[in-house]
Design a protein around this ligand. Structure first.
Ligand code: NAD
Ligand code: GLY
Length: 362
């Protein structure tokens, strides 16, 4: 078992990574004597809910569970209200810990419910997708989608504990594993060139779900994310900072919204969006064609899409205009100055942005 700490002063918390954590009472001793409201979905609950409930029972925590429908399409107000309804019906009070058991959708929804129920209750993340284990469960971003934009309603609310049991990845569909790898590759691209080299050398092991390789990739990703979040928790840095974690996301959010939420997986959209950002970086003279080709090949080995859908450049730009990365009406993009070094940049010429999108879609 690996244990990392995300250093946020009095709100610091551990990230536990390893095999068998869900069934191990030692994982959850901080919940002894407490009440826990587990939020999961109809796909994950049959696989892991009983295991979690049994372990919580062993440490003397009382539980109630809510099983929601599955899908990005349910990351909305209606589903959020179902969580509030359940917490109220079960007479949960401010001492109740909300536990998210699932992927990023459940984590974002349950986290936002925890941030707002009775003005905030304790929260624990038990991520069960690769994407959630390397990204969404760490750092405290919670929220829901609005029809006009992804993650437009939300709050920063840090969990007290993150439990990434790598065994849960054994049941993950192949397409979801690939989607998680897009976020793993992101850390190499934005700030960790040795990790990018490692991914180049070990992608086939990751695709074969080699436990040791997956555990290393998760730990290295979380360590990178923990450092970035500790330096800019609320994403307020004028340059760089936490926004760098959004490489490919402004383009990617346009893909997700433009294609209709749920058609493209978040990680798939991030992969295609990342290549738009890299193409733009190449057009600015910061990357070579060979470096962009290297990254395209890595995404292909992870069975990720390397081109976005043919929405039309104007539609992309319209959707990107709703992104949270727009500041004072200017599109602030995350680009690569070189492989392993990302920057936020608001001065890309509009014609180059258009050309980069055009070159990478359809
Ligand atoms: P997801 O939560 O939809 O899960 C993907 C699918 O896998 C779902 O059908 C789910 O039921 C299923 N699943 C989950 N765990 C499983 C398991 N162990 N075995 C079998 N099936 C399993 O998708 P995701 O990729 O985990 O998360 C995407 C969401 O995360 C998006 O809404 C995105 O906006 C959000 N996100 C948030 C942050 C953040 O910082 N808060 C960061 C990145 C992404
Ligand atoms: N996924 C981006 C962030 O947590 O900031």
């Amino acid at each position: 078992m690996q244990r990392l700490t995300i250093d946020l002063k009095e709100r610091s918390y551990p990230i536990l990574i390893g095999s068998g954590l869900l069934a191990d009472p030692a994982t959850f001793t901080s919940l002894t004597g407490r009440r826990a409201a587990i939020v999961s979905n109809e796909t994950i609950a049959p696989l892991y809910l009983e295991r979690l409930e049994t372990t919580l029972e062993k440490v003397g925590a009382g539980t109630t569970a809510l099983v929601l429908p599955d899908g990005e399409a349910y990351k909305n107000w209606e589903t959020l209200n179902r969580i509030y309804d359940h917490l109220l019906a079960e007479r949960c009070d401010r001492g109740t810990t909300v536990i998210a058991l699932g992927g990023g959708v459940i984590g974002d929804l349950a986290g936002f419910a925890a941030a707002t129920y009775q003005r905030g209750v304790p929260f624990v993340q038990v991520p069960t997708t690769l994407l959630a284990q390397v990204d969404s469960s760490v750092g405290g971003k919670t929220g829901i989608n609005h029809p006009r934009g992804k993650n437009m309603i939300g709050a920063f609310w840090q969990p007290r504990l993150v439990v990434a049991d790598t065994d849960t990845l054994n049941t993950l569909p192949d397409r979801e594993l690939s989607a998680g790898l897009a976020e793993v590759i992101k850390y190499g691209l934005i700030r960790d060139l040795p990790f990018l080299d490692w991914l180049d050398a070990h992608m086939e092991r990751l695709m074969a779900r080699d436990g040791e390789a997956l555990a290393f990739a998760i730990e290295r990703s979380c360590a990178n994310k923990a450092q970035v979040v500790a330096g800019d928790e609320l994403e307020t840095a004028k340059e760089g900072g936490r926004a760098l974690l959004n490489l490919g996301h402004t383009f990617g959010h346009a893909i997700e919204a433009g294609a209709g939420y749920g058609v493209w997986l978040h990680g798939e959209a991030v992969a295609a969006g990342t290549l738009m950002a890299l193409e733009l970086s190449r057009r600015l003279g910061w990357l070579s064609a060979a470096e962009v080709e290297r990254v395209i090949a890595l995404f292909q080995r992870a069975r990720l899409p390397v081109r976005g859908p043919a929405l039309g450049v104007d539609r992309y730009l319209d959707l990107m205009g709703h992104d949270k990365k727009v500041r004072d009406g200017r599109l602030r993009l995350v680009l690569l100055r070189k492989l392993g070094e990302a920057v936020t940049y608001a001065d890309a010429p509009p014609a180059e942005i258009r050309a980069a999108i055009e070159a990478c879609c359809g």
